[in-house]
Design a protein around this ligand. Sequence first.
Ligand code: ATP
Ligand code: MG
Length: 295
Amino acid sequence: MASWADEISAIIEKNIADFGGNEIETASVGTVVAVSDGIARVYGLQDVKYLELVEFPRTGIMGLAFNLEEETVSCPILGDYTHIREDDEVRTTGRVISVPVGDALIGRVVNPLGEPIDDRGPIVTDKTRPVERVAPGVITRKSVDTPVQTGIKAIDSMIPIGRGQRELIIGDRQTGKSAIAIDTIINQKGKDLICIYVAIGQRNSTVARTREILEQYGAMEHTIIVDAGASDPAPLKYLAPYSGCAMGEEFMESGRDALIIYDDLSKHAEAYRNISLIIRRPPGREAYPGDVLFV
Ligand SMILES: Nc1ncnc2c1ncn2[C@@H]1O[C@H](COP(=O)(O)OP(=O)(O)OP(=O)(O)O)[C@@H](O)[C@H]1O
Ligand SMILES: [Mg+2]
Protein backbone atom coordinates (compact mmCIF):
# COMPACT_ATOMS: atom_id res chain seq x y z
CA MET A 1 0.00 0.00 0.00
CA ALA A 2 2.73 2.36 0.98
CA SER A 3 4.72 1.72 -2.22
CA TRP A 4 1.66 2.58 -4.32
CA ALA A 5 1.31 6.00 -2.68
CA ASP A 6 5.06 6.52 -3.07
CA GLU A 7 4.80 5.82 -6.75
CA ILE A 8 2.01 8.37 -7.23
CA SER A 9 3.83 11.04 -5.31
CA ALA A 10 6.97 10.30 -7.32
CA ILE A 11 5.02 10.84 -10.54
CA ILE A 12 3.53 14.06 -9.23
CA GLU A 13 6.93 15.29 -8.13
CA LYS A 14 8.38 14.49 -11.54
CA ASN A 15 5.54 16.34 -13.27
CA ILE A 16 6.08 19.37 -11.11
CA ALA A 17 9.79 19.33 -11.86
CA ASP A 18 9.11 19.06 -15.61
CA PHE A 19 6.54 21.79 -15.46
CA GLY A 20 9.05 24.18 -13.94
CA GLY A 21 11.54 23.33 -16.67
CA ASN A 22 9.16 24.09 -19.52
CA GLU A 23 9.14 27.48 -21.14
CA ILE A 24 5.78 29.11 -20.69
CA GLU A 25 4.26 31.15 -23.46
CA THR A 26 0.83 32.57 -23.79
CA ALA A 27 -1.00 32.78 -27.05
CA SER A 28 -4.64 32.90 -27.75
CA VAL A 29 -5.54 29.90 -29.90
CA GLY A 30 -8.50 29.66 -32.24
CA THR A 31 -9.81 27.41 -34.95
CA VAL A 32 -10.62 28.09 -38.57
CA VAL A 33 -14.34 27.53 -39.09
CA ALA A 34 -14.49 28.54 -42.74
CA VAL A 35 -12.15 29.64 -45.52
CA SER A 36 -13.29 31.37 -48.66
CA ASP A 37 -11.56 33.52 -51.23
CA GLY A 38 -8.56 34.31 -49.12
CA ILE A 39 -10.41 35.07 -45.89
CA ALA A 40 -10.48 32.72 -42.92
CA ARG A 41 -13.21 32.92 -40.34
CA VAL A 42 -11.67 32.07 -37.00
CA TYR A 43 -13.45 31.12 -33.82
CA GLY A 44 -11.93 31.49 -30.38
CA LEU A 45 -9.45 34.38 -30.63
CA GLN A 46 -10.83 36.37 -27.73
CA ASP A 47 -7.95 38.77 -27.05
CA VAL A 48 -6.82 39.42 -30.58
CA LYS A 49 -6.18 43.08 -31.50
CA TYR A 50 -7.36 44.83 -34.64
CA LEU A 51 -4.76 44.34 -37.38
CA GLU A 52 -2.76 41.89 -35.28
CA LEU A 53 -0.84 39.26 -37.20
CA VAL A 54 -2.13 35.75 -36.62
CA GLU A 55 -0.31 32.59 -37.54
CA PHE A 56 -1.57 29.35 -39.01
CA PRO A 57 1.08 27.08 -37.44
CA ARG A 58 0.39 24.03 -39.64
CA THR A 59 1.45 25.90 -42.76
CA GLY A 60 3.40 28.83 -41.35
CA ILE A 61 1.18 31.24 -43.30
CA MET A 62 0.28 34.52 -41.63
CA GLY A 63 -3.06 36.29 -41.55
CA LEU A 64 -4.45 39.57 -40.39
CA ALA A 65 -7.17 40.05 -37.77
CA PHE A 66 -9.16 42.38 -39.93
CA ASN A 67 -12.75 42.22 -38.81
CA LEU A 68 -13.51 41.58 -35.15
CA GLU A 69 -17.01 40.17 -34.97
CA GLU A 70 -19.08 39.02 -32.05
CA GLU A 71 -18.38 35.31 -32.40
CA THR A 72 -15.58 35.11 -34.93
CA VAL A 73 -12.67 37.06 -36.39
CA SER A 74 -12.30 37.43 -40.16
CA CYS A 75 -8.67 37.10 -41.17
CA PRO A 76 -7.45 37.86 -44.70
CA ILE A 77 -4.72 35.34 -45.39
CA LEU A 78 -1.38 36.84 -46.40
CA GLY A 79 -0.26 34.00 -48.60
CA ASP A 80 -1.63 31.05 -50.49
CA TYR A 81 -5.01 30.48 -48.90
CA THR A 82 -5.55 27.16 -50.66
CA HIS A 83 -3.29 25.58 -48.05
CA ILE A 84 -5.51 26.67 -45.17
CA ARG A 85 -8.20 24.19 -44.16
CA GLU A 86 -11.13 24.22 -41.83
CA ASP A 87 -10.26 23.13 -38.31
CA ASP A 88 -6.70 24.51 -38.64
CA GLU A 89 -5.25 26.02 -35.54
CA VAL A 90 -4.71 29.79 -35.43
CA ARG A 91 -2.48 31.58 -32.95
CA THR A 92 -2.19 35.23 -32.09
CA THR A 93 1.30 36.72 -32.29
CA GLY A 94 0.83 39.87 -30.22
CA ARG A 95 2.34 41.88 -33.06
CA VAL A 96 0.37 44.44 -34.98
CA ILE A 97 1.34 44.16 -38.61
CA SER A 98 4.56 46.02 -39.37
CA VAL A 99 7.20 46.21 -42.08
CA PRO A 100 10.98 46.61 -42.04
CA VAL A 101 12.04 50.18 -42.72
CA GLY A 102 15.20 52.18 -43.24
CA ASP A 103 18.14 52.44 -45.60
CA ALA A 104 18.48 48.68 -46.02
CA LEU A 105 15.40 48.73 -48.26
CA ILE A 106 16.77 51.21 -50.76
CA GLY A 107 17.42 49.59 -54.11
CA ARG A 108 15.27 46.60 -53.27
CA VAL A 109 12.02 45.11 -54.52
CA VAL A 110 9.83 43.93 -51.66
CA ASN A 111 6.34 42.59 -51.21
CA PRO A 112 3.83 44.43 -49.00
CA LEU A 113 5.12 42.52 -45.96
CA GLY A 114 8.58 43.94 -46.57
CA GLU A 115 9.98 40.57 -47.67
CA PRO A 116 12.50 40.79 -50.53
CA ILE A 117 11.35 39.40 -53.88
CA ASP A 118 14.41 40.31 -55.94
CA ASP A 119 16.88 37.43 -55.28
CA ARG A 120 19.34 39.75 -53.62
CA GLY A 121 19.36 38.15 -50.22
CA PRO A 122 17.66 39.08 -46.99
CA ILE A 123 17.06 42.64 -45.88
CA VAL A 124 19.27 43.35 -42.88
CA THR A 125 17.56 45.85 -40.65
CA ASP A 126 16.19 45.70 -37.13
CA LYS A 127 13.95 48.70 -37.61
CA THR A 128 10.28 48.02 -38.20
CA ARG A 129 7.21 50.21 -38.23
CA PRO A 130 3.54 49.41 -37.83
CA VAL A 131 1.72 49.59 -41.12
CA GLU A 132 -1.32 51.26 -39.65
CA ARG A 133 -0.87 54.35 -37.51
CA VAL A 134 -2.46 57.71 -37.00
CA ALA A 135 -1.14 60.26 -39.49
CA PRO A 136 0.27 63.53 -38.14
CA GLY A 137 -2.38 66.25 -37.94
CA VAL A 138 -2.63 69.08 -40.41
CA ILE A 139 -1.48 71.62 -37.80
CA THR A 140 1.84 69.88 -37.20
CA ARG A 141 2.66 69.78 -40.88
CA LYS A 142 4.96 72.32 -42.41
CA SER A 143 3.72 74.26 -45.39
CA VAL A 144 5.10 73.27 -48.74
CA ASP A 145 8.32 75.13 -49.57
CA THR A 146 10.49 72.81 -51.68
CA PRO A 147 9.58 71.60 -55.14
CA VAL A 148 9.71 68.09 -56.53
CA GLN A 149 11.02 68.43 -60.05
CA THR A 150 9.37 65.88 -62.29
CA GLY A 151 11.77 66.73 -65.08
CA ILE A 152 8.81 67.29 -67.38
CA LYS A 153 8.91 70.97 -68.33
CA ALA A 154 5.17 71.34 -68.90
CA ILE A 155 4.42 70.13 -65.37
CA ASP A 156 7.29 71.85 -63.55
CA SER A 157 6.53 75.21 -65.11
CA MET A 158 2.75 75.21 -65.05
CA ILE A 159 1.64 73.04 -62.14
CA PRO A 160 4.71 72.61 -59.93
CA ILE A 161 4.53 69.92 -57.27
CA GLY A 162 5.94 70.49 -53.80
CA ARG A 163 7.41 68.21 -51.18
CA GLY A 164 4.65 67.45 -48.69
CA GLN A 165 1.97 67.63 -51.31
CA ARG A 166 -0.26 65.02 -52.86
CA GLU A 167 -0.95 64.96 -56.54
CA LEU A 168 -3.42 62.74 -58.30
CA ILE A 169 -2.58 61.58 -61.80
CA ILE A 170 -5.75 60.58 -63.58
CA GLY A 171 -6.35 59.65 -67.18
CA ASP A 172 -7.58 56.95 -69.50
CA ARG A 173 -5.67 53.73 -69.76
CA GLN A 174 -2.40 53.71 -71.63
CA THR A 175 -2.07 57.46 -71.68
CA GLY A 176 1.28 57.67 -69.91
CA LYS A 177 0.35 58.00 -66.23
CA SER A 178 2.96 55.49 -65.10
CA ALA A 179 5.45 57.07 -67.48
CA ILE A 180 5.15 60.40 -65.62
CA ALA A 181 5.77 58.62 -62.33
CA ILE A 182 8.82 56.75 -63.59
CA ASP A 183 10.29 59.83 -65.25
CA THR A 184 9.91 61.65 -61.96
CA ILE A 185 11.78 58.91 -60.08
CA ILE A 186 14.59 58.98 -62.66
CA ASN A 187 14.80 62.75 -62.37
CA GLN A 188 15.48 62.52 -58.61
CA LYS A 189 18.99 61.16 -59.13
CA GLY A 190 21.31 63.02 -56.78
CA LYS A 191 18.50 65.22 -55.45
CA ASP A 192 18.26 63.72 -51.96
CA LEU A 193 14.72 62.45 -52.40
CA ILE A 194 14.08 58.78 -51.75
CA CYS A 195 11.44 57.31 -54.02
CA ILE A 196 9.05 54.52 -53.18
CA TYR A 197 7.21 53.04 -56.10
CA VAL A 198 4.20 51.00 -54.96
CA ALA A 199 3.02 48.79 -57.81
CA ILE A 200 -0.44 47.43 -57.11
CA GLY A 201 -2.00 44.72 -59.25
CA GLN A 202 0.43 45.03 -62.16
CA ARG A 203 1.73 42.10 -64.13
CA ASN A 204 5.10 40.80 -62.92
CA SER A 205 6.59 41.48 -66.35
CA THR A 206 5.52 45.12 -66.16
CA VAL A 207 7.12 45.60 -62.77
CA ALA A 208 10.26 43.82 -63.96
CA ARG A 209 10.42 46.17 -66.94
CA THR A 210 9.96 49.22 -64.70
CA ARG A 211 12.78 47.99 -62.49
CA GLU A 212 14.99 47.46 -65.51
CA ILE A 213 14.34 51.00 -66.71
CA LEU A 214 15.12 52.41 -63.28
CA GLU A 215 18.31 50.35 -63.06
CA GLN A 216 19.35 51.43 -66.54
CA TYR A 217 19.17 55.07 -65.46
CA GLY A 218 20.81 54.40 -62.10
CA ALA A 219 17.60 55.32 -60.31
CA MET A 220 17.30 52.18 -58.18
CA GLU A 221 20.02 53.69 -55.96
CA HIS A 222 17.39 55.91 -54.38
CA THR A 223 14.30 53.79 -54.95
CA ILE A 224 12.29 51.09 -53.19
CA ILE A 225 9.75 49.09 -55.17
CA VAL A 226 6.84 47.65 -53.19
CA ASP A 227 5.14 45.12 -55.42
CA ALA A 228 1.77 43.45 -54.96
CA GLY A 229 1.25 41.72 -58.28
CA ALA A 230 -1.95 40.97 -60.14
CA SER A 231 -1.80 37.34 -59.04
CA ASP A 232 -1.19 38.15 -55.37
CA PRO A 233 -4.11 37.70 -52.98
CA ALA A 234 -6.34 40.73 -52.38
CA PRO A 235 -5.12 41.32 -48.80
CA LEU A 236 -1.58 41.92 -50.06
CA LYS A 237 -2.82 44.39 -52.67
CA TYR A 238 -4.83 46.10 -49.98
CA LEU A 239 -1.79 46.32 -47.73
CA ALA A 240 0.70 47.61 -50.31
CA PRO A 241 0.05 51.39 -50.09
CA TYR A 242 0.13 51.29 -46.30
CA SER A 243 3.47 49.46 -46.20
CA GLY A 244 4.93 51.86 -48.75
CA CYS A 245 3.69 54.73 -46.64
CA ALA A 246 5.24 53.30 -43.46
CA MET A 247 8.61 53.04 -45.25
CA GLY A 248 8.28 56.65 -46.41
CA GLU A 249 7.29 57.93 -42.97
CA GLU A 250 10.46 56.46 -41.51
CA PHE A 251 12.54 58.64 -43.86
CA MET A 252 10.30 61.62 -43.16
CA GLU A 253 10.76 61.26 -39.42
CA SER A 254 14.51 60.87 -39.74
CA GLY A 255 14.50 64.29 -41.40
CA ARG A 256 14.80 63.21 -45.01
CA ASP A 257 12.37 63.55 -47.88
CA ALA A 258 10.54 60.77 -49.64
CA LEU A 259 8.33 60.53 -52.68
CA ILE A 260 5.74 57.76 -52.76
CA ILE A 261 3.99 56.74 -55.94
CA TYR A 262 0.92 54.53 -55.71
CA ASP A 263 0.40 52.92 -59.10
CA ASP A 264 -2.46 52.48 -59.03
CA LEU A 265 -5.03 53.11 -56.34
CA SER A 266 -7.97 51.80 -58.33
CA LYS A 267 -6.50 48.30 -57.99
CA HIS A 268 -6.16 48.91 -54.28
CA ALA A 269 -9.79 49.97 -54.07
CA GLU A 270 -10.78 46.88 -56.00
CA ALA A 271 -8.88 44.65 -53.60
CA TYR A 272 -10.47 46.31 -50.60
CA ARG A 273 -13.93 45.96 -52.09
CA ASN A 274 -13.16 42.32 -52.73
CA ILE A 275 -12.32 41.81 -49.05
CA SER A 276 -15.31 43.91 -47.95
CA LEU A 277 -17.77 41.76 -49.83
CA ILE A 278 -16.42 38.56 -48.33
CA ILE A 279 -16.47 39.88 -44.77
CA ARG A 280 -19.89 41.43 -45.39
CA ARG A 281 -19.05 45.06 -45.08
CA PRO A 282 -21.44 47.18 -47.15
CA PRO A 283 -20.75 46.62 -50.86
CA GLY A 284 -21.66 50.07 -52.18
CA ARG A 285 -19.57 53.23 -52.36
CA GLU A 286 -18.54 52.81 -48.75
CA ALA A 287 -16.86 49.53 -49.63
CA TYR A 288 -14.12 51.55 -51.31
CA PRO A 289 -11.24 52.70 -49.13
CA GLY A 290 -12.10 56.36 -49.33
CA ASP A 291 -9.45 57.41 -46.88
CA VAL A 292 -6.62 56.72 -49.29
CA LEU A 293 -8.08 59.01 -51.91
CA PHE A 294 -9.59 61.71 -49.75
CA VAL A 295 -7.85 62.06 -46.41
N1 ATP B 1 5.25 61.16 -73.64
C1 ATP B 1 5.08 60.03 -74.30
N2 ATP B 1 5.26 59.96 -75.63
C2 ATP B 1 5.10 58.81 -76.29
N3 ATP B 1 4.76 57.65 -75.74
C3 ATP B 1 4.58 57.63 -74.42
C4 ATP B 1 4.72 58.80 -73.62
N4 ATP B 1 4.46 58.48 -72.34
C5 ATP B 1 4.17 57.16 -72.33
N5 ATP B 1 4.24 56.65 -73.58
C6 ATP B 1 3.95 55.25 -73.93
O1 ATP B 1 2.57 54.99 -73.78
C7 ATP B 1 2.35 53.69 -73.30
C8 ATP B 1 1.49 53.75 -72.03
O2 ATP B 1 2.21 54.37 -70.98
P1 ATP B 1 1.93 54.04 -69.46
O3 ATP B 1 2.07 52.60 -69.21
O4 ATP B 1 2.77 54.98 -68.67
O5 ATP B 1 0.40 54.45 -69.39
P2 ATP B 1 -0.59 54.31 -68.17
O6 ATP B 1 -1.52 55.46 -68.24
O7 ATP B 1 0.16 54.11 -66.91
O8 ATP B 1 -1.35 52.99 -68.56
P3 ATP B 1 -2.24 52.08 -67.59
O9 ATP B 1 -3.55 52.80 -67.48
O10 ATP B 1 -2.36 50.80 -68.36
O11 ATP B 1 -1.52 51.95 -66.31
C9 ATP B 1 3.71 53.09 -73.02
O12 ATP B 1 4.02 52.22 -74.09
C10 ATP B 1 4.65 54.29 -73.02
O13 ATP B 1 5.93 53.94 -73.46
MG1 MG C 1 0.11 52.62 -65.43
